[in-house]
Ligand binder design. Structure first.
Ligand SMILES: Cc1ncc(COP(=O)(O)O)c(C=O)c1O
Length: 380
């Protein structure tokens, strides 16, 4: 299929020849009503009924036992890593093919990321590559995993890329064998299931994002999911400046963070969540249209992994070469159809260029060839 034909297909789908964004939010439900409620009540900030309601609704939706709302997904990841015990000088294994926030959160704690390859089918951390890295480079001593450099491997962060679930059960069993905590960066995968279970509920602690470009948005926002009450309580405590509850005294029992989601953002989230199932149906329909349109073309459309139900947050294709990818990016963007390459691999960024890494062949292959296609929900 020529790029010109693909552009026409996308313009026909969105019924416009004007600019088509990669992923735009929709506010067609109760968003205005709920946000106005917060203005009328004056509860726009970190205390308010919508924050509690949003947490409860996300916990119910995902079947995570507990949910703690944060100012953004990066803050949620930061706290998830903190509560996993990640400390200065530790190593945390993750993907090089991820958004930089995953690795920034690791660095906030003085730890360093170690990059292991992604699986070519799921685009998430590869269980085989993880096991190989641990078998070859690490040892277990007294129920703790150490890299041959002497540094402790404290955690593994898997990211469910573009909403496609990673093989999280296999990762979990390897982590257990090596006494490492698994954390899910589920920023992109709200509504995605792996073996009928919601992503973000396999690990003890996970992070969601409600940034403006995500499947639902609170403007800016995130959520820590956990199945352990002690973790959820601690997460709430350290995201609210570690203030001890008291009718009027200000007593804070440790250095902590001002990471609580404001009520005005949570109001938006409650309204968006009411529409999430419709959004996902709509996005899955678009994905199947892309898939049939591209079936006989040189572009490989990325489908949900076996055993998974993806939210298809961002649709993606793999081009036959980097040259083809570059031409396609140029032509589509010139025509006002917003497409994007995948993130620059994290180990190539200046801050992480010296980080430890395993073989990254799949990540490099994908980084050279992958293009994200317009994926907004279309209400027309
Ligand atoms: C994989 C991944 N991790 C973390 C984040 C950080 O979320 P936020 O932008 O809400 O801080 C994002 C998205 O923005 C993301 O895509």
């Amino acid at each position: 299929m020529s790029t010109e034909r693909l552009i026409s297909f996308i313009q026909d789908y969105y019924k416009t020849t004007e600019f088509i964004p990669l992923h735009a939010p929709q506010f067609e439900g109760n968003e205005r009503k709920y946000v106005l409620d917060t203005l009328d009540s004056t509860f726009v900030s970190t205390v308010g009924a919508y924050v509690d309601r949003f947490e409860k609704q996300v916990a119910d939706y995902t079947k995570a036992k507990y949910a703690v709302a944060t100012v953004n997904g990066t803050a949620a990841l930061h706290i998830a890593l903190l509560l996993a015990g990640v400390k200065m000088g530790d190593l945390v294994i993750t993907q090089a093919l991820t958004f930089v926030a995953t690795c920034n959160a690791i660095s906030y704690l003085g730890a360093e990321p170690v990059f292991v390859d992604v699986n070519i089918e799921t685009l998430g951390l590869c269980p085989i590559a993880l096991l190989e890295f641990l078998d070859q480079e690490c040892v277990v001593r007294e129920q703790a995993c150490f890299h041959k450099s002497g540094k402790r491997i404290r955690a593994v962060v898997v990211m469910h890329t573009f909403g496609h679930p990673a093989k999280v059960d296999e990762l979990l069993s390897t982590c257990k064998k090596y006494f490492i905590e698994l954390i899910e960066d589920a920023a992109e995968s709200l509504g995605s299931l792996y073996k009928d279970q919601h992503t973000g509920t396999f690990a003890k602690t996970s992070a969601l994002s409600f940034n403006g470009n995500k499947v639902i948005t609170t403007g800016g926002g995130g959520m820590i999911l956990s199945r352990e009450k002690s973790i959820a309580d601690k997460a709430k405590h350290v995201t609210t400046t570690a203030k001890q509850p008291h009718p009027y005294e200000f007593y804070h029992d440790e250095i902590a963070f001002n990471y609580r989601m404001p009520n005005i953002n949570a109001a938006l989230g409650c309204a968006q969540l009411e529409q999430l199932n419709d959004y996902i149906e709509n996005k899955r329909m678009l994905a199947s249209l892309y898939q049939s349109e591209l079936i006989a073309s040189e572009l490989e459309f990325i489908v949900e992994p076996k055993g998974a139900r993806s939210n298809y947050w961002l649709n993606a294709v793999i081009c036959p070469s980097k040259k083809y990818r570059d031409e396609m990016l140029t032509k589509t963007n010139q025509a006002g159809v917003m497409t994007r390459p995948v993130w620059q691999l994290i180990h190539t960024l200046p801050m992480f260029k010296d980080s430890l890494r395993g073989n990254l062949d799949n990540s490099i292959y994908l980084a050279d060839r992958l293009v994200n296609m317009p994926s907004s929900v279309s209400l027309t």
